[in-house]
Design a protein around this ligand. Sequence first.
Ligand SMILES: *[C@@H]1O[C@H](CO)[C@@H](O)[C@H](O)[C@H]1NC(C)=O
Length: 169
Amino acid sequence: MLSMRATAKTKGIKPKHVKDLIPLMILMVIIFLLLLFWENELDEDAVAATLEQLHVDYPQSDIPMRYCNHMIIQRVIKEPNNTCKKDHFFIHERPRNINGVCNSPRRVPCQNHSPGLCFLSEIEFKMTVCKLIEGTRYPACNYRVFTTEGFIVVTCDDMRPSKIQRYTE
Ligand SMILES: *[C@@H]1O[C@H](CO)[C@@H](O)[C@H](O)[C@H]1NC(C)=O
């Protein structure tokens, strides 16, 4: 589009030639709509937004220092009463594979008698665990970073994860 405009300027396209561009413009609108549609299709592959917001960082954000402190603020991870969460973990795995845990044959009991079906992943996922070392009131929370790999337990509704319960190493 930009280069086309630039050409138009230098060569001075006459107004009657502008209508020659209309099929091209229509084509571009169609491509744009296709891209939009395609992107929505991809969304189908994404885990639920709140769950992703809470627990998924893929590919892992390039935060060289204080990964946890940074992510906890960026993702607004806190207790409902505005205190610091004691621990939290971020999974570095593509959403498709996290959704796939709902197809795992490894059914496990859900914790705290929460409703739904819980599944244990068949493979270990890379993750970062954040443990609170200092602070009570969000956002003044200071976390220590641990990188690990572990199996995750998710609650599934309609074969899609609705909650990531915990991980086990
Ligand atoms: C805030 O909520 C957390 C988790 O539910 C609880 O452990 C903590 O005692 C609460 N703190 C206050 C000050 O109410």
